[in-house]
Design a protein around this ligand. Sequence first.
Ligand code: PLP
Length: 462
Amino acid sequence: MTIISETDQSATSDLAAKANRHLWGHFARHGEGINPPIITRGEGVHIFDDKGKSYIDGLSGLFVVQVGHGRKELAEAAAKQAEKLAFFPLWSYATPTAIELSERLAGYAPGDLNRVFFTTGGGEAVESAWKLAKQYFKLTGKPGKHKVVSRSIAYHGTPQGALSITGIPAFKVPFEPLVPGGFRVPNTNFYRAPAPYDTDIKAFGRYCADRIAEAIEFEGPDSVAAVFLEPVQNAGGCFPPPPGYFERVREICDEYDVLLVSDEVICAYGRIGSMFACNDFDYVPDIITCAKGLTSGYSPIGAMIASDRLFEPFNDGQTVFGHGYTFGGHPVSSAVALANLDIFEREGINEHVKQMAPAFRSTLEQLSELPIVGDVRGEGFFYGIELVKDKTTKETFDDEESERLLRGFLTPALWEAGLYCRADDRGDPVVQLAPPLISGQKEFDAIYDILRSVLTEASRRM
Ligand SMILES: Cc1ncc(COP(=O)(O)O)c(C=O)c1O
């Protein structure tokens, strides 16, 4: 660990005091005795706090830093673009970097998803997709289609439309009433699949997909515009799609003329091993929403990528999608995204994920030996470890126990042991891992060693 000087120490306590007085954390608790860790530097798969201590970044910041921290080339791409043209909006104008990036993303996207609408982040991309779905159907003679279907416990962002799509009641209650029209169906948590689907993953996938058809029928097909699904659902702890699930969902969407939105804010850009995870699971959505890893976090940007069919009614020289963001497709962020995608190509980042994913899985699966570990699940470099009170019955922890386990012990203990990851109870308690995509066996082992020792202690305490 780096020894820090007295001057650094006073700068550090000064920063902590300023944070306590002025900084409002996101989804964060505040109050006496709560001091957020201050992160000052990143290098490769590591981050460093203000005291110089290093941690493995087991969550890529927030599913963002795909190519790792400290890439000079991305900082230089930003500086070069800022010098040339720091800002110009896409409001009836265009910039070279946004144009190049739109072409590049269309090239990676499947089918005829050729039209790219830029935002500054993921929630705005989701919001844009819902608005597009509504206006598209108004323009094409189905004006009643406005509702959306999504899955329980799924997180799709915080703007009020995106929050209506989000399936986590606790996040919504303080802000109700939200945008009307959001409906929930079951997610694909096979570990907690109801009988008789708990022994046949394919049948479970069919059952889950058919709940979407049922919801559309209940709401009335003439009122439903879109289904929002992540390729692998994050909240709840990494639920991969069962075999055949997306094939059936696509059929249902086609049958009812409902748009399929693949919310890839986490899963795109290599997290599962391809530029877009719908390619990993072999389905063609009508819209992809993405953000996070597109720049590996070196500058913010998001995007909604729509099919030619959805763009068609806006291509008449008159009709406008009356929607936009000042910083959407920012020239600097677009330049950084292009440079980031260059790194992906040059270093074979996706190929690396595909090649190393089985090793990541088998390393983490060794944790299944621990009494507190109920399930280890995920795909690519994206895993959730579900913690249970009783492994045989799969009994979960109650709210008070979960609070004590996650916030009282796991989060501080993992941090203290040098691992940044996420202990989460938006669904049942899970530890989530999504390391930078440049990680290899050395990092997997380091993550495993820390998890094993901390979870062993957690088993003992609970
Ligand atoms: C699937 C999904 N959609 C949307 C969002 C919202 O993205 P942002 O925080 O960039 O607004 C997130 C954020 O984690 C997400 O995971």
